[in-house]
Design a binder for this molecule. Structure first.
Ligand code: AMP
Ligand code: ZN
Length: 115
């Protein structure tokens, strides 16, 4: 599995930096964003290092599909019962800060007011 020793989220995957984990399997880790924009703010990441959405290729389709498909249950379990936003920021113009692909899952009251 691809791993970048200088990557913040790879360090979270490796347990070198703590996180508030919500879900984990062989492929995917879900944890709470450290600086939430809304009552529910989770980050879904592939465990393998993929820097950005722009680096995704067809070989990642199953992995990304799996991530997308687990969102409804995560949202419901986290209490985002009136809808949510899923956001992937990509690259400089996309406002990406951490260069390990991640999907924001944001819910709760009026999450569109920030971010
Ligand atoms: P982005 O701008 O899409 O790259 O978002 C990066 C997100 O990672 C931001 O919402 C940060 O609050 C979040 N973040 C940064 N460091 C950590 C950390 N150590 N644990 C959890 N979330 C983090
Ligand atoms: Zn990484």
């Amino acid at each position: 599995m691809t791993h970048d020793p200088n990557c913040l989220f790879c360090k979270i995957v490796a347990g070198q930096i703590p996180s508030r984990k919500v879900f984990e399997d062989d492929d995917i880790l879900v944890f709470h964003d450290i600086n939430p924009w809304a009552p529910v703010h989770l980050l879904l990441i592939p465990k393998q290092h993929i820097a950005t959405h722009a680096d995704v290729t067809p070989e990642h389709a199953a992995l990304l599909g799996k991530m997308m498909a687990m969102v409804p249950v995560l949202a419901r379990d986290a209490g985002a019962t009136n809808g949510f936003r899923t956001i992937i920021n990509t690259g400089r113009d996309g406002g990406q800060e951490v260069y390990h692909l991640h999907m924001h899952l944001i819910g709760g009251a009026r999450p569109w007011k920030q971010g």
